[in-house]
Design a protein around this ligand. Structure first.
Ligand SMILES: *Cc1c(COP(=O)(O)O)cnc(C)c1O
Length: 413
């Protein structure tokens, strides 16, 4: 079955009988048993105590695992609960973790501040250097952790290069698939052992809940279940239901995100006030061929630099009317942020420069509004920004070429 079908139904066949079309919300902390013997059996299932599991969570887990093409999955109260639980299940004191440098800020924080406390050695490599994987390994390397496309510069990691290298040495690979979503990229099919998600983003898709997910082989998921039960990063049943509801429209949302972001990336790359656009599905992106090989579409994330300084970038995002100035991504509404001032603010200037995050870099999460309206919004904000710097409006604006004429709604794939 295709992703669009799986996102609506999860794994088929569905149970027979007079069941509900929508998954019920089991808003209960605990479940009763008929006997002590039964209660003992229930401990391993999803009808014992909600920190151990819950039928609404189970349905969300089945859907995410089916979408990722994995044996099994678990959902968590946040993406960070999912990521930290997956890493803690994998690593022991004395282990070495090889991890990409361009990481989500919270993950960077955990691996640089918390893992050393647990006597785990961490070394970092650049996303573009995946081919050098072999030289970066140590005898005690337990796992390699990657993220692609990266936040916020949208570089790609050659997933196959990493998993081939790890397999030769019996090393576990872990990947954050948040930015692409399982609609656009299937890491397990490329050999990744463990996939993690901030399900807050594209999976849930409506900026209305915080949640996480992990998928992998059944034996790993069983171990992870013990970690989750002990650390307690569980997802509430109501949040699990909202996640299920969000996932049902993943296919139509992602198609629109892919198509609109592609159109906006093309518009920006032809604009005289824009210095650089990062979007893997642009034909001039240095990793365009890799994008086409390992992704179905580019998703809704774009970053770009104006021909302006930090003040100019601030003026631009503050001039937007449809795009909200807000963190997070992957929702139906379009958002804009300046990573140096938000997601990457806790890093030093030197660390940011090493990651390619300049002070004027702008990140867009393109929503599902009409793309003509989004481009008109960007256009007026560019004019406003240029005015501040005394650039004649005619140069800054491409209003003479109606943006809508060059825009198609279909996806990048
Ligand atoms: C948001 C995000 C996370 C963290 O997820 P939360 O749900 O906020 O805990 C991890 N990885 C990536 C790539 C993210 O965008």
């Amino acid at each position: 079955m295709q992703q669009e079908t799986i996102s609506v139904h999860g794994r088929l066949p569905r149970p027979h009988g007079n069941g509900p079309a929508s998954t019920p919300i089991y808003q209960s902390a605990t479940f009763q048993a008929e006997s002590v013997a039964e209660q003992e059996r229930l401990r391993t299932g999803d009808r014992f105590y909600t920190r151990y599991g819950n039928p609404t969570q189970s349905k969300a887990e089945e859907m995410v695992a089916a979408l990722e093409g994995a044996d099994a999955g678990l959902v968590f109260g946040s993406g960070m609960a999912a990521i930290t639980s997956a890493l803690l299940t994998t690593l022991q004191p004395g282990d070495h973790l090889l991890i990409q440098r361009e990481l989500y800020g919270g993950t960077f924080e955990f691996v640089t501040k918390w893992l050393p406390r647990l006597h785990v050695d961490v070394t970092m490599f650049e996303a573009a250097r995946a081919a050098d994987c072999e030289q970066l390994l140590r005898p005690n390397t337990r796992a390699i952790y990657i993220e692609s496309p990266t936040n916020p510069t949208l570089q790609l990691v050659d997933i196959r290069a990493i998993t081939d290298c790890a397999r030769r040495h019996g090393i576990r690979t872990m990947m954050d698939n948040t930015f692409a979503s399982p609609f656009n990229q299937l890491p397990h099919a490329l050999g990744v052992d463990v996939v993690v998600h901030s399900a807050t983003k594209y999976l849930a898709g409506h900026s209305d809940l915080v949640c996480g997910a992990v998928t992998g082989r059944q034996d790993f998921i069983n171990e992870l279940h013990e970690t989750r039960t002990t650390l307690g990063g569980i997802m509430d049943p109501l949040a699990a239901w909202l996640l299920i509801r969000g996932i049902k429209t993943l296919g139509v949302r992602m198609e629109r995100h892919n198509g609109s972001a592609m159109a906006i990336a093309e518009y920006l790359s032809g604009h005289p006030a824009v210095r650089r656009v990062n979007y893997p599905f642009l034909s001039q992106h240095p990793q365009h061929a890799l994008a086409k090989a390992q992704m179905r579409g580019g998703s809704g994330m774009i970053s770009f630099e104006l021909d302006a300084d930090a003040a100019g970038a601030a003026r631009f995002v503050e001039s937007l009317r449809l795009f909200s100035l807000a963190g997070s991504l992957g929702g139906v509404e379009s958002l804009a942020t300046i990573p140096a001032a938000t997601t990457h603010a806790r890093l030093s200037g030197k660390e940011r420069t090493a990651m390619g995050v300049s002070d004027g870099l702008i990140r867009l999460s393109v929503g599902i509004e009409a793309v003509e309206d989004l481009i008109a919004d960007i256009d007026q904000a560019l004019v406003n920004t240029a005015r501040l710097r005394g650039i004649p409006e005619v140069v800054a604006s491409r209003a003479s070429t109606p943006a809508g004429e060059r825009i198609r709604h279909d996806s990048a794939s």
